[in-house]
Ligand binder design. Sequence first.
Ligand code: C5P
Length: 410
Amino acid sequence: MSSLARKHILLGVTGGIAAYKAAELTRRLRQAGAEVRVAMTAAAQGFVTPLTFQALSGHPVHTDLMDPAAEAAMGHIELARWADAVLVAPCTADFMARLVQGEADDLLATLCLASRAPLALAPAMNPQMWAHPATRANREALAERGVTLLGPAAGEMACGETGEGRMLEPEALLAGLAELFETGRLAGRRVVVTAGPTREPIDPVRYISNRSSGRMGFAVAEAAAEAGAEVVLIAGPVALETPARVTRVDVETAAQMHAAVMKAVPGADVFIATAAVADYRVEGVAAQKIKKTGETLELRLTRNPDILADVAAREPRPFVVGFAAETERLIEHAREKLDRKGLDLIAANPVGEGQGFDTEDNCLELLWAGGQRSLPRARKSRLARELVAVIAERLGAETGKVIPLKHRTP
Ligand code: C5P
């Protein structure tokens, strides 16, 4: 499976003749399994109609910052948040200049400013324009900010000239885009992740569980695999597809999760506990279905082992990351948990009404001894990539192996 599978790609199209190739690019992105939304500048619509991109992407095209109907359907901030990556193809000299200035006078420029997703540009322009000192200064400024430039290639141009300035072919753009996710930050590392809820049986047909969907843990496992790690994902009962290149071990109870983790952890570089492990299990599980005889029924619960604390207590131990879902005093409770369980890093998130469990997005407060970083509200896949980047950074700081940051953000 390509690393573009299920990725949300926001494709920006600006006004150049290569815009026709962006239509083929849209088709190829969808073939690779990506979801594509297209935003076009006014000039781009002079070359190809929004209808073409609507048909190819399967969604209405975004063209206007001030269109109340489009904003009501999916507002520009929502669209900026939706994206796992933003690719502007073709990208004109003018659009590069506008990006350098941080202009937000049309929808696409605004989206580029508003999104935390990595930004890639596929420049396409006349060779003289590409070679001009102004364009050179602009691309250097953009590269400095972590924007990825894909191409241009050299060859014959639509304007009749030959030289550097042709937009890369869709195939090469796809490969360049996939590299935004495959950062290599955790190359050669072994990572163990727990995810989902656990189920603690009461009798053969009933159990105690919780509302964890497993989404955060699966996103973390996927991000770690994309960053080059060898990943073992130990999952409670969830309805999620296994991410590509991840070894999945399915478990039901906390005791099974504990055993699976202890088996996987020796030799691991990183342990990330995202699972919502049941704190208690039922003492003396009934061998047969319990009949409803009495008006009340008493269940006696026994404490489950703390998997995270047990891994942290091992010697030698991996870099240990815990999660803290809190309904109040987030930072205070998370810091206390970081110290008490002896963790290297804790990711705290607020839970409650419509927040945290079973939702698509979340926000995280990352804490470690002497440090803190806020990851504002975003889709769990984005947060997972940002978390993996911070883990790689902290791991590098602790082991002295600094991993070069190839991109602006994960
Ligand atoms: O103490 P609390 O349950 O709030 O801690 C949450 C963190 O501990 C999470 O990272 C969770 O995966 C982990 N945990 C665990 N085993 C338990 C309970 C929690 O690994 N039995």
